[in-house]
Design a binder for this molecule. Structure first.
Ligand code: NOJ
Length: 526
C-alpha cells in the first residue's frame, strides 16, 4: 500500500515526467519514489570489458591484441597519450572488483574475455593455462558471491596476428573466432550460462574501418565497414549454431550478441521527411545488424539492401559494397539468439541530407543520408557525443519490440547504459542520468509492455575509454589512475544504483537525503 505522501510525490513524478514527454528539454530532477517497480525476475547488473580494465598486457603469458600493438606503435593516438598496459589493473585487483560488485547488490556481472589471454596467438594450437586460470577463478568467485557471470567473447581486442590480415574484413577470422569460442565454451561452459559473441559490431566496424577512431584506425570507409559487419554477423551465427549443437544440450546456456543504437528522433516530428530520415537511420545502423537475426524473413532489411546497392551503382561499382548472404547463411543467422543485448547511451535529431562536410564518400554515413545534430537543450556531461535524452531509451526499446515479433518470446537485456563525465566522486549528473533512464525503462516495461528482463550499467568503474584514454569517466566507482594500487572509491552513483537494485524502485531523493540536501524543493536541472 502507498502512503498518501508517497502517492502525492508519485503524482509529482508522473506529472514532471509527462511534461518531459511533451518537450525535448533536459530531464528534470524529480522528487519522490517511482510509482512502478522492477519485477522480481528483472536482472540488474554492471558491465566492463577486458581491455578497458584488466591491464597485465604482457603478464601471465598473454599475447598481444591490436590495442596493445597499435598504442605501443602510436603513443599519441589517445587523448592523454595513455595506453591500456595497466588500465585499472583488474588483472591483479579482481577480488576487489568482486567486492565492489557485491556492494551494489546486483545479480550479474558482464565482463569480457581477452582472446589473447587464453589463446596468445589467437589460434587454438596453444592454450595459455595461466590465462585460463585467471578467468576460471574470476567466474568461480563471482558464483560464490551469487553473481551470474555474463561473458562477452569479443569486446574489440582482436588478436594482432589476425589484424595483420584484415581482422573482421577477412572471412578467415570467422573460423578462428569459432575455434576460440569452442575453447571458451569447453573451458568455462560449466560456469558461464550467458554468452555474448560480439560487442557492438556496428560501432566496432564503423569506428575501426570507417571513421578510423578505433585501433588500428584503418581507412576503408564504405567498403571495409560492410565486410566487417557481414563477417561479424556470420561469425556470430557460426558460434551460435556451434554452441547449439555441441554444448547447449548439456550446458544449457544462452547465447546472443550485443547491438548498439542511439535513438533517432525526427528533428521536426511534424515533418514526414524528418520522420523518414529517423527511420532510415535506425534501419541502416540497428536494422542492418538486427534484421538478419531477429526478423522473420532474415537477411539485411530490404531498405538497407536497396539503398547500398543503388548508391554503389551510382558510384560506378559493378557490385554492391554490401556483400550478399547465401540462402544457408540467411537461415543460420535467422533466430540465432536467445535474447538481445542492447547498448544505448544517447539520442540525436535527424533530418535528410545528401552530403555533410564531415562525411567521406563512400561511407556508411553518406549511404544513410541523414544529418545528425543535438538539441541545444540536452545536457552533455562528458565528451561531445553523449547527450542526455532519457525518453530515447524507452523509444528505442519500443522500436525494437515493435519491429521484431520475436521479442514477444525472447527478452531484451540492456547490456550497457550510462553517462560520462570528467571525474570525481560527487557525480550528481550520473545519478540523474541513471534515475531518469531507468524510469523510462520502467515505463517501457509497465506502460508499453516491452519484454525487457535486465539492465547492466556501464560501467563498474572508470576505465580506459578507448581513444579518450583515461580522460572520460563512466564508472560507478572512481579509479585513481595515478596510484600504484589503482585505488577504487564508490561514487554517489554507486550508492544510488545500489539503492535502486535493492528496493527495485527509483528514489529520486535518495542521494539528496544521503548528502543532507533539501528534498522538498523541485529543481529544474536544465
Ligand atoms: C560502448 C562500448 O561497448 C564500451 O566499450 C564503451 O566504453 C562505451 N560504449 C562508452 O563509450
Amino acid at each position: 500500500m502507498w502512503s498518501s505522501s508517497a502517492v502525492a510525490s508519485n503524482r509529482a513524478v508522473l506529472l514532471t515526467l509527462s511534461l518531459l514527454q511533451l518537450t525535448r528539454g533536459s530531464p528534470v530532477v524529480t522528487s519522490g519514489v517511482s510509482n512502478y517497480s522492477f519485477p522480481d525476475d528483472f536482472i540488474f547488473g554492471v558491465s566492463s570489458a577486458a581491455f578497458q580494465i584488466e591491464g597485465g598486457w604482457n603478464e601471465g603469458g598473454k599475447g598481444e591484441s591490436i590495442w596493445d600493438t597499435y598504442l605501443h606503435d602510436h603513443p599519441t593516438f589517445t587523448l592523454d597519450h595513455n595506453n591500456g598496459d595497466v588500465a585499472a589493473d583488474s588483472y591483479h585487483h579482481y577480488m576487489e572488483d568482486i567486492e565492489m560488485i557485491k556492494s551494489l547488490g546486483v545479480q550479474a556481472y558482464r565482463m569480457s574475455i581477452s582472446w589473447t589471454r587464453i589463446l596468445p596467438n589467437g589460434t587454438d594450437n596453444y592454450i595459455n593455462q595461466e590465462g585460463v586460470k585467471y578467468y576460471r577463478t574470476m567466474f568461480e568467485e563471482l558464483l560464490k558471491a551469487n553473481i551470474t557471470p555474463v561473458v562477452t567473447l569479443f569486446h574489440w581486442d582482436m588478436p594482432t596476428p589476425f589484424m595483420n590480415f584484415g581482422g573482421w574484413t577477412n572471412a578467415k577470422v570467422i573460423d578462428y573466432f569459432e575455434d576460440y569460442a569452442r575453447v571458451a565454451f569447453k573451458l568455462y561452459g560449466d560456469l558461464v550460462k550467458m554468452w555474448l559473441t560480439i560487442n557492438e559490431p556496428h560501432e566496432n566496424c564503423e569506428s575501426t574501418y570507417g571513421l578510423a577512431v578505433l585501433a588500428p584506425a584503418l581507412n576503408s570507409h564504405g567498403v571495409g565497414v560492410y565486410l566487417c559487419t557481414h563477417n561479424s554477423l556470420l561469425a556470430h551465427a557460426r558460434v551460435y549454431r556451434m554452441y547449439e549443437k555441441e554444448f547447449k544440450p548439456e550446458q544449457k546456456g544462452k547465447v546472443s550478441i550485443v547491438l548498439d543504437s542511439m535513438w533517432g528522433e525526427p528533428k521536426d516530428p511534424n515533418n514526414p521527411e524528418d520522420v523518414q530520415a529517423a527511420e532510415n537511420y535506425l534501419q541502416m545502423h540497428l536494422g542492418m545488424l538486427a534484421h538478419p537475426i531477429f526478423s522473420e524473413e532474415g537477411d539485411y532489411p530490404p531498405f538497407v539492401r536497396e539503398r547500398i546497392n543503388n548508391m554503389s551503382r551510382e558510384q560506378g561499382y559493378s557490385r554492391s559494397r554490401l556483400p550478399y548472404f547465401t540462402d544457408e547463411e540467411v537461415k543460420a543467422l535467422r533466430g540465432s539468439a536467445d535474447f538481445l543485448g542492447l547498448n544505448h547511451y544517447t539520442t540525436q535529431l535527424l533530418s535528410p541530407s545528401p552530403m555533410e562536410p564531415t562525411w567521406q564518400v563512400p561511407s556508411l554515413y553518406h549511404d544513410t543520408g541523414v544529418k545528425m545534430e543535438a538539441d541545444p537543450l540536452w545536457r552533455m556531461p562528458g565528451p561531445d557525443w553523449l547527450f542526455v535524452y532519457p525518453p530515447g531509451l524507452r523509444k528505442l526499446v519500443n522500436w525494437v519490440q515493435n519491429n521484431y515479433k520475436i521479442f514477444k518470446e525472447i527478452p531484451i537485456f540492456i547490456t550497457e547504459n550510462g553517462s560520462s563525465d570528467f571525474g570525481g566522486t560527487e557525480d550528481y549528473e550520473r545519478v540523474n542520468y541513471y534515475n531518469d533512464y531507468l524510469y523510462q525503462l520502467l515505463l517501457a516495461i509497465h506502460e508499453d509492455g516491452c519484454n525487457v528482463k535486465g539492465y547492466f550499467s556501464w560501467s563498474l568503474m572508470d576505465d580506459f575509454e578507448w581513444t579518450d584514454g583515461f580522460t572520460t569517466k563512466f564508472g560507478l566507482f572512481y579509479v585513481d589512475f595515478d596510484s600504484p594500487n589503482r585505488t577504487r572509491t564508490p561514487k554517489l552513483s554507486a550508492y544510488n544504483y545500489g539503492n535502486i537494485v535493492r528496493t527495485r524502485r527509483i528514489d529520486f531523493d535518495y542521494i539528496k537525503r544521503l548528502k543532507g540536501l533539501n528534498t522538498t524543493k523541485q529543481e529544474d536541472s536544465s
